[in-house]
Design a protein around this ligand. Sequence first.
Ligand SMILES: *Cc1c(COP(=O)(O)O)cnc(C)c1O
Length: 362
Amino acid sequence: MEFINYMQPSYDNNEIEAVTRYINSGAWLTEFKETRSFEDSISTYTSSKYCSVMANGTVTLIASLMAMGIKAGDEVIVPDFTMSATSHAAAILGAKPVFVDVEPSTLCMDFEQMQKAVSEKTKAVIFVDLNGRYAKKFDEIIDFCKAKKLWLIEDAAQALGSTYNGRALGTFGDVGSYSFSMPKIITTGQGGAVVTASDELYEKLLRIRDFGREKAGSDHYMEIGANFKFTDLQAVIGIEQMKKMPDRIIRKKEICKKYDEYLSGIDKVTIFENNYEDTAPCFYEVLCDQRDGLIDFLKSKNIGARKFYPPLHSEPAYCIHESYPVTEDISAKGLWLPSSVLLTDEQIKYICDCIAEFCKAN
Ligand SMILES: *Cc1c(COP(=O)(O)O)cnc(C)c1O
């Protein structure tokens, strides 16, 4: 039996033909018209005024913070439970990430904890739409940031295709950031995008991603920037992947509902409640007290599963000796089950049967 990967990319002849056509057209490979067209497809899809595509979903966060003027000594509020890029983006600029615990039901930043984390040095909040969800008090968080004049970055790396009040997640802050790395709903190998409605931030982002140049081709440097640019070779793949979004959203939701159905009767695993009207989860997540044993067992059955992120505050890179009980609890018990759009219904059934077998014996 073939190994069932926890995640894998999906593409077909459309991507292959698009790359071939592009290469045969005398491609310059670097970013140009195809990248602009990929940006247009993302701004149209999310109903955003502007979109700037960059090398990945980490530099989109760094560039966003730079465009907001975040610098050494500033504080940036981030959730303790997230992919490391969220907090690293602030730390790499010399700013201090201030960790906040998450809500147990959504795994998104907790509004009460967030308010407590604000100091005079706080300049920005990075809210993570974890697995395509928003916080229960999402409106309060947005209003609070506005009232306190804090920049709000929505790290929507896991949320392309998910919505809140009918609007794309990623469009609720001053900027939204998406990622097109392999595990995300669409992929270009590496890649990221920033969306914004702000003329000022957009213009800064364009300069920051291109060495601080006044405009493309110019040798005037208006500010310090870097090379965060994309390539047209990736963009032609991205354009094809975007066309698949409607089908992928349907399939992601179907996969999760199947898992919900099979796993809801097993009391040793806890499943999460998703509002599938709004949320197209990237991954299927469960909690299990014997998480590590379950992962090993699944591996022996040719099934790839992955542990949740660690509580970031306690990692050697941060070494903060404080308690974040929700993150600590779910990080110790959480795992992601195979969630690629290529997963078949039979595979989901097999995976759930294996989980039931493990739970019965342990
Ligand atoms: C994937 C991810 C990122 C980083 O994106 P890359 O494209 O891998 O750099 C940032 N934040 C979150 C929440 C992610 O899931």
